[in-house]
Design a protein around this ligand. Structure first.
Ligand code: NAD
Length: 295
């Protein structure tokens, strides 16, 4: 069994991105600029946005963090997105999800200029991904592809079972793993909350991608010997041995599944750091290309 070390792979990718940005700047090119919007003060969202901004600094990107109260109106937020759309200094826009209940995330995402959609959530980005056209890939699935690529893990012809069908992880993951590419070329099964025989499905998987949001949901009896296990979940559970009283675990029962797997991502330090790499690669791409709405 080999641990897929997200921190180490991310460090490798970030070093090459840092060099690319330095070269770009030396040639008089534009410094990539990521603008992030955070609405409210959900602690997990604060942490995610914080590490994205920190990574920008680390790589030599410019960044802007716009923080707004949870009680802003939808119209106000749309106006802020439009300002960033019109700001030539800004290459990438990310709106940290979830948003307060009175604001439609679909409406907000649909208003981002697709040329600045570095999270890859806009319908144009998702549509292009579906059609196999070059575009911004959703950051987490993109990060997983980068991880598989880094470890040179062969995926062609394998059976990949994705658990979860969200627009940001599960669904794009099924598209990317089935397309005619490397990584890809898998036979893909998508499972979700209404799947009846989940255990039998997952037992058939050569590659499992767990994106459910339930702590240790995938147990050892659901996993075939030698499976490749990608754990996307981030769940906070109580842990009285920790000073904070809690810790993060994935959607996979790591301790019992790891011995059966050929490769497995830990939580934390697995998919999380790779997601930031996906976002940073998209932002650099955005800085390099014109931002027409047809990007
Ligand atoms: P989501 O809540 O939008 O989707 C969860 C999916 O799980 C749903 O599609 C649902 O059908 C499925 N599901 C729920 N219960 C199920 C069950 N009993 N059996 C089978 N399927 C079931 O969540 P999401 O946004 O896709 O995120 C999933 C997890 O990944 C969360 O823990 C989230 O925090 C984490 N996440 C991590 C990263 C990262 O960078 N590591 C990025 C995004 C999300």
């Amino acid at each position: 069994m080999q641990i897929l070390d997200g921190t180490a792979v991310a460090a490798h990718i970030k070093a090459s991105l840092k060099q690319e940005v330095a070269d770009l700047k030396a040639k008089g090119g534009k410094t990539p600029h990521l603008a992030a919007i955070l609405v409210g003060n959900d602690p997990a969202s604060e942490a995610y946005v914080g590490s994205k901004v920190k990574t920008c600094e680390e790589l030599g990107f410019d960044s802007t963090l716009l923080r707004f109260d949870a009680n802003i109106t939808e119209k106000f937020l749309l106006d802020q997105v439009n300002k960033l759309n019109d700001d030539n200094k800004v290459d990438g826009i990310l709106v940290q999800l979830p948003l307060p209940k009175h604001i439609s995330p679909d409406l907000v995402i649909n208003n981002i200029n697709p040329g600045k959609d570095v999270d890859g959530f806009h319908p144009i980005s998702q549509g292009k991904m579906l059609l196999g056209q070059p575009t911004f890939l959703p950051a987490t699935p993109y990060g997983i592809l980068l991880m598989l690529e880094h470890y040179n893990i062969a995926t062609a012809g394998k059976h990949c079972v994705v658990i979860g069908r969200s627009n940001i992880v599960g669904t794009p993951m099924t598209v990317l793993m089935s397309r005619n590419a490397n990584p890809g070329n898998c036979t893909v099964t998508m499972c979700h909350s209404k799947t009846k025989n989940l255990k039998e499905m997952v037992l058939q998987a050569d590659i499992i991608v767990a994106a459910i949001g339930r702590p240790r949901f995938v147990t050892a009896d659901m996993v075939k010997e030698g499976a490749i296990v990608i754990d996307v979940g981030i769940n906070r559970v109580e842990d009285s041995t920790r000073k904070s009283g809690s810790r993060l675990v994935g959607d996979v029962d790591f301790d019992n599944v790891a011995p059966k797997s050929s490769y497995i991502t830990p939580v934390p330090k697995g998919v999380g750091p790779m997601t930031i790499c996906g976002l940073m690669k998209n932002t650099l791409l955005a800085a390099r290309q014109p931002k027409t709405i047809y990007n």
